[in-house]
Design a protein around this ligand. Sequence first.
Ligand code: MLT
Ligand code: MN
Ligand code: ZN
Length: 297
Amino acid sequence: MLLRVLGTAAGGGVPQWNCACPGCSGARRHPGWRRRHASLAVRAATGRWYIVNATPDIGDQIEDCPELSPGPGARQSPVAGLVLTDAELDHTLGLTRLREADGLQVVSTAPVRRALLTKLRLGDVLTPYTALEWRELGAGAEPLSAGSDVEIDAIPVSGKRPRYAADSAHDAAWVVALRLRDRATGASALYAPALADWPGSLQRAAAAADCVIVDGTFWDDEEPRRTGISERTATGMGHLPIDGPHGTAERLAGLPGRRLYTHLNNTNPLVDPAAPQHKLLAGMGIEVASDGMVIEL
Ligand code: MLT
Ligand code: MN
Ligand code: ZN
């Protein structure tokens, strides 16, 4: 199984257009600090790729990834479809940027599809440009593409709704973790860029995966309040922190496979490549994903 990390930042990106925090300012001085919105490309078959989450950067992310270059036909793209882990704007707004496609296959859970259709009205907006084909993402593993060895299924993580859909019905599948499995080799990856919770089902899937890539939005629970970006804690904002007694680092440390963080907020000290927090994670065998990273399993 072949994965390509297309971006590793939380909503806003690094740098964020209206932000002069140390991380964003640093990214304006040092191009190496820059991170695009969190996204992952998965090869379903030769020349056939799915992009997990459609970020506001998706056009540039496709352009910068050699495997996703169009051709040989004039309007032929290896991008076969999109998979969504949730309905947050940083993971869905990119759908509008793909309106030049003849058709767009979107794989998501039912509450995510409903939010995009009834709240963002993406069906009404995009139908005059392209044909949206919805595929339901659920608990039963299905081939990513017809004939693909890569299977996908979803593990419900939390009922956290996007702010624009705050009045929508409760559903355990608003936010899911994706399990990708290569049937030919047995290799598997777990991708969970938004973790408001760590249910037992996720723990079991993480323990069985060869590679887990998870929510690294905030270093510690107080970070959003300390940096002045929110009055809520990280947990209150729907992101388990990395550090601390109930942090995700402790959970990752006990897992057997490769472990990486993604979806870093610009306030996260990890945005600075020289931050001591990198050594701390490395000591636990945990990596921080970088834009462009290739993961072969
Ligand atoms: C999140 O990850 O919590 C959301 O993307 C927040 C947001 O951008 O509003
Ligand atoms: Mn986000
Ligand atoms: Zn910032």
